[in-house]
Design a protein around this ligand. Structure first.
Ligand code: URA
Length: 231
């Protein structure tokens, strides 16, 4: 993994390398047998510093064996306050697109690559800040556990952060968007599309509509691939 600027430096003692104490290591081999157990354990996660400023861990939500798992980037302001994924502005677009595509949100599992809200205070507002490589890597432990337990037939990455966490490498979304990828190590198919919040950032009304229609088309393709999630 490449180091980034805000990644903690390692302490080197007598030739040995250790993480600073503030990054308490969870035993990786710890075995969870239910999502409930994992969700409870994640409530007190201190695997990276993001827990310090966030209100709470926002864990995934949905049927325990949903055939499709959607993966976002990280909770936003509303998600942080409500403790649920995709309930703010991006969630509203996501819900609308799913509905138009005939996919029932209640039948899918929705989670994020990073489970704590990362932000920068700006007056009374909290501005979203992108998680770095270290935070994505540390949090992938939870996502991997969700994938292992839910066993979706299709895992959908919404945006670059989710794609990185799902595929384990940096990818160019435009190159693989809309393809059904074989992910043998996940025992699932993968699908990559844009993050719904990118639709809000389109420069004008026409491109917003075009991008939204493309996103709905992706959701329809998902519904055709896994008809069990159709409303
Ligand atoms: N953006 C995300 O990636 N996830 C959320 O839960 C909300 C906004």
């Amino acid at each position: 993994m490449r180091r980034s600027a805000d990644m903690p430096s390692r302490h080197i003692h007598h030739g040995r390398t250790s993480e600073p104490d503030l990054f308490r290591q969870e035993p990786v081999e710890r075995h969870f047998s239910s999502l409930k157990q994992v969700r409870e354990a994640a409530e007190t996660c201190e695997r990276c510093p993001l827990y310090r400023n966030a209100t709470q861990t926002v864990f995934g939500e949905g049927p325990a064996h949903a055939p499709v798992m959607f993966i976002g980037e990280q909770p936003g302001d509303q998600e942080d306050l409500q403790g649920k994924p995709f309930v703010g502005p991006a969630g509203k677009i996501f819900d609308r697109a799913l509905e138009e595509a005939g996919v029932d949100r209640k039948l899918v599992y929705v989670t994020n690559a990073v489970k704590h809200f990362k932000f920068e205070p700006r007056g009374r507002r909290r501005l979203h800040k992108k998680p770095n490589a270290y935070e994505i890597e540390r949090c992938s432990w939870w996502l991997d556990t969700e994938l292992r337990l839910v066993k979706p037939r299709l895992a959908v990455a919404l945006g670059a952060t989710a794609a990185r966490a799902l595929l384990g490498k940096v990818t160019t979304i435009s190159r693989i968007r809309g393809d059904f990828l074989k992910l043998p190590e996940r025992e699932a198919d993968g699908f990559v599309t844009v993050h719904p919040s990118s639709l809000l950032r389109a420069p004008d009304e026409a491109s917003r509509e075009r991008e939204y229609a493309r996103f709905v088309a992706d959701m329809k393709a998902i519904g055709r691939h896994i008809p069990d999630v159709r409303a």
